[in-house]
Each structure stands twice: as structure tokens, then as C-alpha cells.
Design a protein around this ligand. Structure first.
Ligand SMILES: Nc1nc2c(c(=O)[nH]1)N[C@H]1C(S)=C(S)[C@@H](COP(=O)(O)O)O[C@H]1N2
Ligand SMILES: [Mo]
Length: 322
């Protein structure tokens, strides 16, 4: 068994998620004797309201896995939730009002198919409740050379792989976003190869860092973060972290991802972060921290080399860093 030790960087106590650390809504409600009505009528801030009505509200805050810590402050939720890439809602960063209006994260189901013992479609909440939920503090490095840090809540993708019971011949996991144009106006832009697709090797998918996310900042996901379920692979460029997943397919064919279909010379299958391998149109040597504007050096595998470098031995001939 892998014993995780805290990373060489540590999180300043001041940067901890307030919701996770100090705020358990149900305890607070019980202690103060106030009911949901007051919350709905505006007695508390946005943080509390986002939980109201969620069928998984009781899972928050989840226990933090202290094996995943950071060397920098968390990106404030107000910044992170108003600067997003989610092309289903448009190509600008300010898609949050459109995502809020159109995306309906319930009811939602996830289909597990391809090379598995038995294909199935499972309700999102049934799936989430079958998984080991925890909170992790992760970095996120977009290929556009900006970065952020997020307290994600979710479960290891490996737990979902185990749940799916793939056949031994399956070598890749293919993940797919919803394709319902009624939930996202951008899907009417027919020149894009919808639906958004991403893929990982089985070895990558079952690495401890691959995390399926169903919450952030101590509560359920904002729509713009990719509700109700998205991926986080923090050693890869951000476009690998596919949002609003509806299908998980086990296959022996390498999946071709959305961005690879559009611009194969610029976006590949592996997309591992490497400051020494520039994007064809810009350097990847440094990154801008979203909420401070500070420019800092980018790290190999986005700082996670210890965890993932071993996945790529023998694959040096592949375009691992684009
Ligand atoms: N379905 C889907 N998933 C997606 C994207 C997208 O456009 N559609 N954008 C990707 C990119 S480029 C990044 S950087 C991250 C952004 O995640 P965030 O908005 O939570 O910061 O989502 C990724 N996942
Ligand atoms: Mo990105």
C-alpha cells in the first residue's frame, strides 16, 4: 500500500477553505435553531445557498486528505467561479451566467460501457454515494499559461474504475461530456466536434492523482466548474480535466480528444505539463497565478513528478508534453 506523506510544500493555515474547516451547515443550523426557510430568504451568503436543495449536501464538508497540500494560497472562489473554460457555453472566460442558466445537473446519469463485465447507466447520486469521498487541494495549470489552486471534493477515478469492472483487455478510459444543446447554447456551434471527449490510459486513470470531482470549496459544484461530475488530472494541462461527464467508456483504442480533433498539431493525447516544451504558439516556462497576477515558473508535471513520472518510462518516443 502506498503511504502518502505530506508534500515538500505545505499549505499555510490561513489558506484553508473556510467552509471545509469551520462551517458545517447542518451543525450550524441545528445549533442556531434556524430552518432552511431563513437560508432561502437570504439569511446567509452564497456559499450556504449553493447547497440548498442538493441531494448530496450532507456529504459536505468532506474530510480533507492531508496528503495533498499546496505551496500557495487557494484561488478565491469568487475569482475561480467567474473565470472558466467551458466551450459548451461559449469561448470567453465569463460563461458563468450562461452555465448557471442552462446547465441542469439533476437529474443526471452516467453510462459505463465498452469493455466492462456489464454495461450500466447509473444515477449520479447513487454513483457518488458508492464512492469514497474526500477533499484534496490541487493545482490546475491551463495550457494558456494561467494557473489556480482549488479545494476539490470527490473520489479517486480508480474507485470508479473498480466499480465499473473493466475487462482485462481495456487499456484506455474515454470520458464524454453531455451533448444536449438544450443545456448549452455553444453546442449549436456546429463547427466544433461535440461532444467534448477526453481520455487517459488505464495506468493514468488508476493513478492516485486522477480525481473525479463532485464538489469544490466545501460544497457541490457550481455549474461552470462542470457540474455534476468532472475530472481533475493536475499534472496535465487543464483541457484534460473534462467537465459534466455523462459517459465513461473502457476501450483498447486510444480516444481522440476534442482539442486533438480541432488542432492536432497543438493539442495531443498526453498533454503532460512541461516548462521546457513550448506550445507551438507560446512558451510554457512560466504561468500567471490567476488571483494575484504573479508570474511564476511552471514545474515539470505541474509539481507532481514524484507521483506520476513513473507512468511514462518506456514512452519517451511519444509526444508526452503536448
Ligand atoms: N466539457 C468541457 N470540459 C472542459 C473544457 C470545456 O471547454 N468543455 N475546458 C477545459 C479547460 S481548457 C480547462 S482550463 C478547464 C477549466 O476548468 P475551470 O473552469 O474549472 O477552471 O476545464 C477543462 N474541461
Ligand atoms: Mo485550459
Amino acid at each position: 500500500m502506498l503511504i502518502r506523506r505530506p508534500k515538500r510544500w505545505t499549505l499555510p493555515e490561513s489558506a484553508a477553505t473556510p467552509e471545509s474547516a469551520f462551517f458545517n451547515r447542518r451543525q450550524l443550523l441545528a445549533a442556531s435553531g434556524i430552518g432552511a426557510g431563513l437560508i432561502l430568504s437570504g439569511g446567509m451568503g452564497d456559499a450556504a445557498r449553493a447547497q440548498d436543495g442538493s441531494p448530496i449536501a450532507d456529504l459536505f464538508p468532506a474530510k480533507r486528505n492531508e496528503g495533498f497540500t499546496l505551496d500557495r494560497d487557494l484561488t478565491p472562489e469568487e475569482v475561480n467561479s467567474r473565470y472558466n473554460n467551458f466551450y459548451e457555453f461559449g469561448s470567453q472566460k465569463t460563461i458563468y451566467p450562461t452555465a448557471e442558466e442552462y446547465l441542469k445537473p439533476r437529474p443526471w446519469s452516467v453510462t459505463i460501457d465498452g469493455m466492462v463485465e456489464a454495461e450500466k447507466t447509473v444515477d449520479i447520486d447513487t454513483l457518488i454515494r458508492a464512492m469514497p469521498i474526500e477533499e484534496r487541494l490541487y493545482r490546475h495549470r491551463c495550457v494558456e499559461a494561467w494557473s489556480m489552486t482549488i479545494p476539490w471534493t470527490g473520489f479517486p477515478l480508480k474507485a470508479l474504475v473498480d466499480y465499473a469492472r473493466p475487462l482485462s483487455g481495456a487499456t484506455y478510459v474515454r470520458l464524454e461530456t453531455f451533448g444536449d444543446a438544450a443545456m448549452a447554447p455553444g453546442l449549436r456551434q456546429v463547427w466544433y466536434p461535440w461532444p467534448y471527449v477526453e481520455g487517459l490510459t488505464m495506468a493514468e486513470a488508476t493513478n492516485d492523482l486522477s480525481f473525479m470531482v463532485m464538489g469544490a470549496y466545501g460544497k457541490t459544484l457550481h455549474n461552470q466548474f462542470g457540474a455534476p461530475l468532472r475530472l481533475a488530472t493536475p499534472w496535465k494541462y487543464g483541457f484534460k480535466s473534462i467537465k459534466s461527464i455523462v459517459r465513461v467508456t473502457f476501450t483498447d483504442q486510444r480516444p481522440q480528444s476534442f482539442w486533438e480533433k480541432i488542432l492536432p498539431a497543438e493539442y495531443g493525447f498526453w498533454a503532460n505539463v512541461n516548462p521546457e516544451v513550448p506550445h507551438p504558439r507560446w512558451s510554457q516556462a512560466s504561468e500567471k497565478i490567476l488571483h494575484t497576477g504573479e508570474q511564476v515558473p511552471t514545474l515539470l508535471f505541474n509539481g507532481y513528478a514524484e507521483e506520476v513520472a513513473g507512468l511514462y518510462t518506456g514512452l519517451e518516443g511519444e509526444a508526452l508534453y503536448m
